[in-house]
Design a protein around this ligand. Structure first.
Ligand SMILES: NC(=O)c1ccc[n+]([C@@H]2O[C@H](COP(=O)([O-])OP(=O)(O)OC[C@H]3O[C@@H](n4cnc5c(N)ncnc54)[C@H](OP(=O)(O)O)[C@@H]3O)[C@@H](O)[C@H]2O)c1
Length: 234
């Protein structure tokens, strides 16, 4: 059974990834802060045919990550697939952002991707196989007004994985980045009317795209995948 580590698995795209990858035969390891939600998801998966484990963790706290995650992962090595999905956004005029806002966005969207990936790469190199996937955003490739911090974090996350892709290909390790457009989750601070959000991507549709990438045959690597709702201009 392959093992898949998923960050930000307590809701939204990460929750969909947890159920879909478990249904597809992966042992899923779920990370997020909300342990109660993770426990509920794991119980549901484990009460069916699936296998799931969870670790409540604040991924913006590097000390906590370095202290808790290695011993958790040791029980399940090798991790075959890592999905760097946890992310957050903050939107508004730049002068309204505090240093704490800057740290929160960069620590989750960039630093946590770096930390989690660093922790699984050694095992993947030993296995000479593995797949690191990032759920980035279409704003890894374009910017918009009032999105300076979020766009910067997603551009940087994209660059991190683009360089890593070149670095680890000789070790048989795949690196893929998915760039979703508008997806109907609790990510959005302002709730749009249902008539609008029902035209957006669903979390399940984004998860399906990630599974498609993870399940590509051995010699095939889907480096990048941009996915939008038809209703969104791009
Ligand atoms: N929704 C969209 O329109 C959209 C579009 C493009 C890209 N994306 C990207 O897709 C990814 C998933 O977003 P989503 O829409 O599913 O958002 P979401 O519903 O807000 O889910 C975010 C997940 O990240 C976790 N998380 C947040 N802060 C955390 C922390 N400090 N430590 C650990 N986990 C943390 C949350 O769990 P806890 O609160 O339990 O920690 C939750 O499971 C993000 O990277 C986002 O940038 C989303």
């Amino acid at each position: 059974m392959k093992t898949c580590l998923i960050s930000g698995a307590s809701q939204g795209i990460g929750e969909s990834l947890a159920y879909l990858f478990a249904k597809s035969g992966y042992n899923v390891l779920l990370l997020a802060r909300d342990g109660l939600k993770l426990e509920t998801i794991c119980s549901e998966i484990n009460s069916g045919e699936g296998s799931a484990h969870f670790l409540p963790i604040d991924l913006t706290n590097a000390e906590e990550v370095l202290q808790k995650l290695p011993s958790f992962l040791d029980q399940f090595q090798p991790v075959n697939v890592l999905i760097n999905n946890a992310g957050c956004g903050i939107f508004g005029p730049m002068e309204d952002f505090s240093l704490a806002d800057y740290d929160r966005v960069m620590d989750l969207n960039l630093k946590a991707s770096f930390l989690l990936t660093s922790l699984v790469l050694k095992g993947m190199k030993e296995e000479r196989s593995g797949h690191v996937i990032a759920v980035a955003s279409d704003v890894s490739k374009r910017t918009f007004a009032r999105g300076s911090l979020y766009c910067a974090s997603k551009y940087a996350q994209d660059a991190l994985f683009s360089a890593l892709r070149k670095e680890v290909r000789p070790f048989g390790i795949k690196v893929s980045v998915v760039y979703p457009g508008l997806t109907d989750t609790a990510f959005h601070p302002v709730k749009e009317p249902e008539s609008v959000t029902k035209q957006w991507l669903t979390a399940d549709q984004v998860a399906q795209a990630v599974l498609f990438i993870a399940e590509a045959p051995g010699q095939v690597v889907i480096d990048e995948l941009m996915i939008h709702p038809l209703s969104q201009d791009y």
